[in-house]
Write a protein that binds this ligand. Sequence first.
Ligand code: URP
Ligand code: ZN
Ligand code: ZN
Ligand code: ZN
Length: 487
Amino acid sequence: TSGKILIKGGTVVNAHHKEVADVYIQDGVIASVRPNIIVSDDVTILDATGKYVMPGGIDPHTHLAMEFMGTETIDDFFSGQAAALAGGTTMHIDFVIPVNGNLSAGFDLYMNKAKNSVMDYGFHMAVTKWDETVSEDMQIMVNEKGINSFKFFMAYKGSFMINDELLLQALERCKKLGALPMVHAENGDAVAEGQRKMIELGITGPKGHPLSRPPLLEGEATARAIRLARFVNTPLYVVHVMSIDATEEIAKAKMSGQKVIGEPVVSGLVLNDSWLWNPEFATAAQYVMSPPIRKSGHDKSLQAALSSGILQLVGTDHCTFTKTQKALGIDDFRKIPNGVNGIEERMHLVWDLLVESGRISVMDYVRITSTECARIFNIYPRKGAIMEGSDADLIILNPNASFKISAASHHSRCDTNVYEGMTGMGKVEVTISGGRIVWDGELKVKPGSGKYIKMPPFGYLFEGIEKADLALLSSLHSPSRIGRSAA
Ligand code: URP
Ligand code: ZN
Ligand code: ZN
Ligand code: ZN
């Protein structure tokens, strides 16, 4: 084939605009978007009449080939990305885990893990301990390695967790570098105490997981992180928002003019905690992730917050472990490797949940699954758009076809699927990655074809920050909540 593709007659959707048009792809980029494009015979033609042509999904939150809790995720960059492509996601941002706290060694390790990539990827850096070396290394990551976001853990006491003193320093450092700080917001001290109580009560099974870390501990840490970010005057990104408690803190902060981004994940939007109470260990353990999947009601609130713009984009936290791996915690829920799947299911589940049900527009779907992520991490409009010059990462979705999810047919290596049996409307029929058709009902992936996407510092979130700095300390004394930043 010539590598030239014409997608004819579909509704081309961007976050800002949609229209019926043809899309012409050449050399891995979008060459033209307009009605009635005429091409020569050597061009592959795809008819998208009655279908939507949209930017491929960008998953802002995945863990592939991650060593965690005494084991390693069953999906590596090959199987995880293949699954992603089959589900209409064409880029993901994974979290580099440093090697013994060393960022540069972690970066090198992850570049190696990702060398057989079948789609484009970027990295966030998890910061798992804090000292001068780490602080210096952060600058190398930002200026040389293409990383513009760092994740800090307010939970996982005894391993990844950092305290408030260190978190403050980390926030200052991110601001100085023009990097976006991300937080895993749960009160790790209280979680450890909750876990101790459960064990004392003889509760060692999976239900001890949600019982030991209720939503209020997520709300508390979210509020604390938001206030510290305000004190430092830096934007903040809260990963895996799972509860009403955390959502309300984000909403309040936004009302006061603070730049806080909340990322719900598919498991929190679609599932509730009912499986976690299942007496069968293997069944319940599948659903163990942190923060925990909450009681029914939190899911609806997260959906509402995402539909209304309080939460801005949707990730997965794809982090898969097999039944055998989950069984590491058979005698003690604290040892169940935390994580659930979602990289392949996200685009379908969000479409069915929010677009098919009439709650958001097709354009807003593109925004929350792709464009917003590209904008936040400063790679728009190369990614997240169907425009002349954008990378040719796109999907054709048929709104009148249905999907069905099962571990028997998914492309992840995991032997379970937390969305087992779910069905809905809207099917990704074609995925194009880097200008190649990689999914049309069958995977046609090419190891090594995926590129590392460097993410430059100083995204739009940072605009105006320096100017606002001087005014900040006095404005913090203002009594009003709404409009506080203008006082
Ligand atoms: O349970 C989870 N979320 N596992 C992945 C690690 C993390 O905290 O994101
Ligand atoms: Zn137009
Ligand atoms: Zn986390
Ligand atoms: Zn995660």
